[in-house]
Structure formats: structure tokens, C-alpha cells
Design a binder for this molecule. Sequence first.
Ligand SMILES: [Zn+2]
Length: 236
Amino acid sequence: MNVPVFAGVGLAAGAGLLAWAVRGRSSQLLAPSIWKGPTDRKVIALTFDDGPSESTPRILELLAQYEAKATFFQVGKNVERLPGICRQVIAAGCEVGNHSFTHPRFDFTSSQFQMDELSQTQAAIEKACGVTPRWFRAPYGVRWFGLGEAQRACGLEGVLWTVIALDWKLGATAIQDRMLQRVENGAIFCFHDGRRTNAAPDIRATIAAMAVILPELRSRGYELVTLSRMMNRFPS
Ligand SMILES: [Zn+2]
């Protein structure tokens, strides 16, 4: 009589482990990913996903105003639509990372599909701005069997986040409160300057929140840097 019970428990535990392996920010099982940096310095890495978008230049202006650099995880399709904005990000001294070509969920996808998504994005970014990305962030933070190999084959290192802003659904004040409560050395903050592959996304809440978060972080003495700078990788 106990067998089905144990089998059920085993199945539930297995499902829990798989869910964590796929989406857990500290999970290294399916594709290695960092989610925080060194804690011995007052440094934070700001990251922006799903661009480039028509509104990305406004984020670049705010970053410049507060002497901040950031890493932009761009979607290949958006890069093909707005290559000039991809170039503007690089010209501003910021870093461009790979966020897939069509912004899919990678669970239950084939190795070939994963490889195509990552390599097409590398090619689109190289063509747009002449720089080869070194960092990859999986859309929705979802990783799957084979994704680690695709990352390695493309020369990419995985990165998730310490705190995600939920800025696709929260208002500016809620975004500010959420992020400023989680300020700590070595944090990787995740915002959005786009919305998947949508053209002309509405990112006004993110922009309004950044106008408050950036001066506040600077006044608290934080240096705002790219991921490569924070992790001391890939110095150019
Ligand atoms: Zn995304």
C-alpha cells in the first residue's frame, strides 16, 4: 500500500527539483549562470532585457547623466529591426549581451533550436555593432537540457539576476521601492528596455523608476558598472 505513496512523493520531489533546475536563479544543473557578483566593493551591475527598443536611448541618457554603465541583453529580432540603437548602446560605453533571437521559453526545446537561437543572435549583434557578446541571459530565466552546451559553443557565459524589477507590470513607485530595498554589494539588477519582440514597447514605468533609482544608488556611494567590469572578465 505504501508503494504508490512513495512513488507519488518521489515524483513530486522530482518535479520540484526539475522546476528549480529550470528556473532557480542559483541552479547550475542545466546551464551554468551567475546571479551575483563579488560583495567586497560597492558595485552594482544594472542590466536591461528585451531591447533594443525605440526607448533605449532615453535609458542611455539617464545612465550618462549619473555616470553609470549597464549591460543590455538584446533580442536578435529587435537588433535586426533597430541596429542603430544596438550601436548606440556600444557607443555609450555599455555592454551588449545575448537574450536569444525570438525570446522563446527554452523548456522542451531541442538542442538544435537552442543553438540556432543563440548563434543567430550572436551574428545579428556582430553585424549591427561589430561586437561579439560574452554574456547570455535565458528568456524568463528558463534553462533546459542542452542549453549549457549551446552557451559554451557560442562562447557565452550565463547570467540571471539578484533582483528582477517586474517592471513589465509594476508602476514606477513600486519598481523603485522593490529595487531600493535590495541594494547590496555585487547585486545584479534586472530591468527591461523592451517587451519580448514587440515594436515600440511602453517602458515609461522603467524610465520613471530609473530617474529615481540612479541618483539614489549614486548618493549611497555605489559604482554602476557593466557585468564584465563587475566580474572582472573580458577586459578590452
Ligand atoms: Zn526577456
